[in-house]
Ligand binder design. Structure first.
Ligand SMILES: O=C(O)CCC(=O)C(=O)O
Ligand SMILES: [Fe+2]
Length: 210
């Protein structure tokens, strides 16, 4: 992977191994229509090593989408893991186990898959959307996002527009979107003109939710 990554001066001890903290200090923001977002800054410490491993080992691929009459590149790189085999860093398997232990979802809502997205720099982004493919379109679901690398904003707004909370995510931070969030709210990672390095978002979802 050719993305240039320089550890920032704000990082914790870059030689420390990755470790997950406890989820009891998670803060919940209740949104309208039964949607909520949990936030746990710094859940994963030693995330520098995880970032380096994922940048190096994940078979990142570019995607294109149809826009009117032309194919345009999706501005981030992706890789999806079904959960059937170990994730590309063992701490991601531990993270999924810890999320299932903390949230105790019923069988259809258990966290199984991991979608990884690499935002190479501030020009990479994802537009407003809900994760509404599959059960998220009609039922309450949870989507947990663990971020490593540079900080980026995850913005939320009610579906169709309006004001909402913004979370600065990076360096081992966790957010979990739950309740009706995927169908009644939208989220986005806007582009930024600030000089930012790579960020990897690891999204744990139940089977069939995307
Ligand atoms: O980058 C993020 O954390 C959000 C990604 C996202 O919303 C998605 O891929 O569905
Ligand atoms: Fe999403």
């Amino acid at each position: 992977m050719s993305v240039l990554h320089q550890p920032s001066m704000f990082d914790e001890d870059v030689t420390a191994g990755p470790a997950l903290g406890d989820l009891s200090t998670t803060t919940r923001t209740e949104l309208s229509d039964g949607a909520w977002v949990d936030h746990r800054p710094g859940w994963l410490t030693g995330s520098e090593q995880v970032l380096d491993t994922l940048l190096r080992d994940v078979p990142w691929r570019a995607e294109e989408r149809q826009m009117y009459d032309r194919q345009v590149a999706v501005p981030r790189l992706l890789c999806w893991y079904s959960g059937a085999v170990p994730f590309p860093h063992p701490v991601l398997d531990d993270a999924r186990t810890a999320l299932n232990a903390h949230y105790r979802p019923g069988p259809p809502d258990r966290f199984v898959t991991a979608g990884l997205c690499l935002y190479r720099d501030g020009a990479d982004s994802v537009a407003w959307h809900g994760d509404r493919i599959g059960r998220g379109a009609t039922q309450d679901t949870m989507v947990a996002i663990l971020s490593v690398g540079s900080g980026r904003t995850l913005a939320l707004r009610p579906r169709g527009g309006g004001a909402g909370p913004r979370f600065h995510l990076g360096h081992g931070d966790l957010v979990v979107m739950g309740g009706s969030c995927q169908r009644t709210w939208e989220h986005a990672v806007p582009k930024t003109a600030k000089p930012v390095g790579p960020r990897i978002s690891i999204q744990f979802r139940p089977i069939g939710v995307a």
